[in-house]
Design a protein. Structure first.
Length: 398
């Protein structure tokens, strides 16, 4: 699917670096490029696989796939992050899992595109990322959606946006082995500059929610840690939620209220009650945040973000000391210091925090938070400022 108008990320400095990296890797010029952004979630965490509500946004950095067609039916995939490694795929055959492991995100998308009727040519492709790895900004979904967008570009197949997102979700389930919800892929495909995306993860209905004015921005702070607990922690939380839903007699926790969870505490036990309490209260916070956004009530949005982090920390137990340190440093600045609210974003156990801040003070706030974080942890955090951005795009290079 080719963009009718130039996309900012396809005429930017990173694109020149991408094309130079492709030339350096393959010795020829790229003829196609696809781009998909990362995402952060303003609020609504661990609710997507529970049929609930989420409010993510695409960010202004992501993953590029530069490519050139080949005539021999071979797909060669390389990554600028892993020089010396290469995946080789016979595009006329059924695509299966393989090595290197990072290639399975692309392989899964290629298999899905084949199943959707795409006839892929041979190609060389280089993955180039401007996202922090393991930072909770959905680098996996960005790679999947960039790959799907490149498959469209190479084959002429056109997928409906929701179908593309679901194809990428299946790739992550079947090839990468992560039982993710739909939030990441939907946000990456359907992102729109100036808008957050409210997703009803049960019906898959979406609504663009304007982030009005230029007075606020989203500050993303990467803790630079990722704890090993996350290897099984995500799956365990999902299993906890499924068991809680079963005990409550519903398909998804979306279908019950916090009051119903409290009334069933004896059946659930302490741990499952905490998990279900987080999901049900987080759904309410997400819908309340949409209402606050629509009236430009940044203070209320920030309050809901702070409450979200507390629930993720105490009830869902997916935060960690480093995430809590960033949130505490941001909260200490408070509204007087230009911070409306801050919370962890992503699966947890490390990664990034997202803060809603006064746009004109964002860099100052970032420096202050990072200084406190370094004093407390000895870790140098990184950060960037963003606003809601456009989703995936591709074009042929002239």
């Amino acid at each position: 699917m080719t963009s009718a108008a130039p996309h900012a990320q396809l005429v930017s400095t990173p694109l020149r670096e991408v094309l130079e990296a492709f030339r350096g890797s393959f010795g020829v010029e790229a003829t196609e490029v696809a781009y998909a952004p990362g995402r952060v979630n303003l609020i609504g965490e661990h609710t997507d696989y529970n049929g609930g509500f989420v409010l993510p946004m695409a960010i202004d950095r992501g993953i590029y796939l530069a490519a050139r067609r080949r005539e021999d039916g071979v797909g060669r995939i390389r990554s600028a992050q892993f020089p010396g490694e290469e995946a080789r795929v016979e595009v006329a055959q059924e695509v299966v899992r393989g090595e290197p492991s990072w290639s399975n995100y692309v392989r899964g998308v290629m298999a899905g595109a084949q199943a959707a009727g795409a006839r892929l040519p041979g190609f060389d492709a280089l993955i180039f990322s401007t996202l922090p790895v393991g930072g909770g900004v959905s680098s996996s979904a960005a790679l999947e959606v960039a790959a799907a967008t490149l498959c469209e570009q190479l084959s002429g197949l056109t997928l409906a946006p929701e179908a593309k997102a679901l194809l990428c979700q299946r790739a992550e389930h079947d090839f990468a082995g992560t039982p993710c919800g739909i939030m990441d892929q939907f946000a990456v495909v359907l992102g729109k500059a100036g808008y957050l995306l409210l997703i009803d993860c049960q019906s898959q209905a979406t609504r663009q929610v304007a982030m009005p004015g230029e007075e606020v921005a989203v500050l993303v702070i990467n803790t630079m840690v990722k704890h090993a607990l996350n290897d099984g922690g995500y799956r365990q939380r999902r299993e906890d939620c499924e068991e809680a839903a079963r005990l409550l007699g519903v398909a998804y926790l979306r279908e019950v209220s916090p009051e119903q969870v409290a009334a069933a505490s004896g059946r659930l036990g302490p741990q499952l009650e905490r998990r279900a309490r987080h999901v049900t209260t987080e759904n309410g916070r997400t819908l309340a945040a949409v209402e606050a956004l629509e009236r430009g009530d940044w203070r209320e949005v920030g309050r809901l973000m702070v409450a979200s982090h507390g629930s993720l920390r105490d009830d869902f137990e997916v935060s960690c000391a480093e995430l809590d340190a960033v949130v505490a440093a941001a909260e200490a600045l408070g509204e007087a210091g230009g911070v409306y609210g801050c919370r962890m974003t992503g699966g947890g156990f490390g990664g990034c925090c997202v803060a809603l801040v006064e746009a004109g003070r964002a860099e100052e706030i970032a420096a202050q938070v990072k200084a406190v974080y370094f004093r407390e942890t000895g870790i140098a955090a990184t950060s960037f400022v963003t606003r809601p951005s456009d989703g995936a795009v591709a074009r042929r290079l002239d």
